[in-house]
Design a protein around this ligand. Sequence first.
Ligand code: PHE
Length: 345
Amino acid sequence: MSDLLKQLEAMAVQAEAELATATTSDSSEAWYRQYLGRTGEMTTALRGLGQLSREERPVVGKAANQIKQRLEAALQERQDAIRQAEMEAALSAEGVDVTLPGRSQNVGRIHPSNATLREISQIFGQMGFQVYDAPEVETDETNFTLLNMPDGHPARDMWDTFYTTTPGVILRTHTSPGQIHAMRDYCPQPIRVILPGKCYRHEDVTARSEMMFHQVEGLVVGRNITFSDLKGTLVNFVNQMFGEGRSLRFRKSYFPFTEPSVEVDVDCVLCGGSGCRVCKYTGWLEILGAGMVNPVVLQNGGYDPSQFSGFAFGMGPERIAMLKHGVDDIRYFFTNDVRFLERVG
Ligand code: PHE
């Protein structure tokens, strides 16, 4: 074996030993420069081939090339291993820790007032009532006059409201003006609608009253509609809303737009009838006002009172939700404390 070949072989053995200790991309790069790079030891030694005789050159050249290829292959293998190890290290350092507790998402829900409105709509829907949308911004005429409360009528005192800078334009104090809109829309067809929505009153805010609250108005107009129809409808509603077997009380009352008029109470679930702050120590909770549509109102809606009759009622869903869920203060509905919103509805 030629001296050159011996020298190359010895160099290769040493290079291979060194390569085995390279554990990073940087050290394998440095190894490449030291042996195989343009000025590397192997490259320089191979230049010695030029000094060999014609006979020696092809034999030694071939063997020398094989040594060089051996080193190149060893480097490739080493670099692959290093890259693999570096990738695994990076992955395990940056990886997702699946044992960490997750971040919980807050899930929204329907507001208790709206949940109650939906429940009420569903019950009346089964009885064939449709939902009729009426405006919250009303006129003095529809809110009062056409409901049989002309200017100066003492009953107007029961419904003080918020006035706008436009004369005669007010926020509605009840959903009853919707009766006029529905009648004028439907006349001369028979009517069976509920009118849910917000109402406004200028009064002291207490555990029982807010200046904004919801109401659901009911209106039925047709031929031969009687007080029994009103009673049957309400008894059916209360049984579905509060469960069978609740006590129901009809008290005679007065509303300018109904004649005769009643107020309807359900026994107070909060105190079981023994008396508490919410039921004003009576054992009863008023849930709605109702009555037979006053002939004057029928006429204002376009119906001939000698041919048509009807009944109407108006209830407060917040009060109903208070009864169902044992809430003792209506103000909780509008202060948006999530502890309340998550518990009720
Ligand atoms: N609008 C009345 C109120 O707000 C309730 C009511 C509606 C009474 C329909 C009778 C008929 O108090």
